[in-house]
Design a protein around this ligand. Structure first.
Ligand SMILES: Cc1ncc(COP(=O)(O)O)c(C=O)c1O
Ligand SMILES: [Zn+2]
Length: 426
């Protein structure tokens, strides 16, 4: 298994100065906290970028093993990761057939459907959060989840030898529940929406002192998402894309994609002067609080009380990072779109049939949104590279496809049975 190498140019293992409030700038020491005690703003990891700039070059990064940890200086651990050493560096797939169908010149799929170990981009954030929890000496790992985070948290806690408590809405897809229980986690189904689960978890975190990866460990956890964007730039040959279409639930991933591209520019790691990427956001029509903020030019989140989409992994009615997600999108010159359930399924099928990639419903949302953005002229026919962010695996969300795909032809075990069938094929 790969580990983070200590190179001659990078002896220091942590470049984190501490935590800082995004709103008032108040500084805090590294600790499992996530809210500013003065203004209740979210806390963000603060780095010593001057020192990182000296330590981290393209050559140093390229000399390291193919995992998210090749960007260790830009991730918030004090030492090597204790778990998830093999997470990240998923394929950036040149999608020629898909591009043709979309009428675009250059399309790439960043494919975290094959992420290690649990087949979604949540492996990245949890690798950081669980490793950080171990650095803090936390004894129990927990999370509030729409499914993928549950899988990743349970797996990585097991790998760390720590107990896990996972709280989910009671009506998640069976494969997501099974793919959590298998790791021996205590799984709690809550009769309510994700927002009910999240509220409950904030109270539990305060009372029980556990390490909730997306509550009290959130500032560290969220930084893991940046690796997805660093990899896109590196895999394009240290270039930033023209457009990137990102699925949104709480709005953290899209915000961190924007932050990561900005960091690469600041550190001089991408071609200069860089073409600033246009960042678009995608949510399902049945739960689109951030998309609606963009479409209606609103700063405030208007929570969706009862999400109705098949894209359960994105069904967060009151997104914690909604404000910053919209800022990232608008600030980049991007836009947002919300395909309905039929468009989501059509997009899942299109991606599978053109590129051989089976994404979960969230990927259908992303590609469905991209199709709308192309129709609306938000993504131009000659623009490129265009990145479609596929962040989860279709094997986990098969339920919405039942009855939508052709069933296998049924024949007897004789050649003439097959010949008869074959004769009907056009
Ligand atoms: C597959 C998938 N893609 C994207 C997201 C969105 O992530 P965020 O909450 O950071 O916006 C999620 C969140 O659960 C997810 O499961
Ligand atoms: Zn503050």
């Amino acid at each position: 298994m790969s580990t983070v190498p200590v190179t001659s140019t990078s002896k220091r293992t942590s470049f984190v100065e501490g935590l800082r409030c995004r709103e008032c700038g108040n500084a805090y020491d590294k600790a499992p906290i996530h809210v500013c005690e003065f203004c209740f703003g979210p806390l963000e990891v603060a780095y010593d970028y001057a020192a990182i700039g000296k330590a981290l070059t393209r050559a140093v990064i390229e000399s390291r093993p193919a995992s998210m940890w090749r960007y260790a200086e830009l991730l918030p651990l004090d030492g090597p990761p204790a778990v998830g050493q093999a997470s990240g560096m998923t394929p950036l797939v040149p999608a020629h057939r898909l591009a043709k169908r979309l009428g675009l010149k250059e399309v790439w799929v960043k494919n975290d459907a094959v992420s290690y170990p649990t087949l979604s981009f949540k492996d990245r954030v949890v690798s950081v959060a669980v490793s950080k929890a171990l650095e803090f000496g936390i004894g129990t790992i927990a999370c509030a989840s729409t499914g993928n985070l549950a899988n990743a948290t349970a797996a990585q806690a097991a790998a760390a030898g720590l107990p896990a408590v996972v709280l989910i809405p009671y009506d998640l897809e069976p494969a997501k529940v099974l793919g959590t229980s298998i790791y021996g986690a205590r799984v709690v189904g809550v009769k309510g929406t994700y927002d009910d689960v999240n509220r409950l978890c904030s109270e539990i975190a305060g009372k029980y002192g556990w390490g909730f990866v997306n509550v009290n460990l959130r500032p560290f956890y969220a930084e893991g998402s940046k690796s997805y964007a660093y990899e896109i730039a590196e895999q394009l040959g240290w270039k930033l894309p023209a457009h990137v279409v990102v699925p949104m639930a709480g709005g953290s991933l899209v915000t961190k994609v924007g932050k990561a591209f900005g960091e690469l520019e600041k550190l001089g790691l991408v071609a200069s002067p860089p073409k600033r990427p246009i960042i678009h956001g995608a949510q399902a029509a049945g739960c689109a609080p951030i998309v609606d903020m963009v479409l209606e030019a609103r700063d405030q989140v208007r929570p969706v009380k009862t999400p109705t989409s098949i894209a359960k992994s994105l069904a967060i009615g009151n997104p914690a990072d909604g404000y910053y997600a919209r800022q990232t999108i608008i600030g980049s010159g991007g836009w947002a779109a919300k395909p309905d359930d039929d468009e989501i399924v059509d997009a899942m099928r299109l991606l599978a049939e053109t590129e051989g990639i089976f994404t979960e419903t969230a990927g259908g949302v992303t590609l469905g949104a991209a199709i709308r953005l192309i129709k609306d002229g938000r993504i131009g026919k000659d623009d490129g590279p265009v990145i479609i962010c596929v962040t989860g695996n279709g094997m986990k969300t098969q339920d919405p496809l039942v009855g939508k795909l052709p069933t296998p032809a049924l024949i007897g075990p004789r050649l003439n049975d097959f010949d008869d069938l074959h004769a009907t094929w056009t």
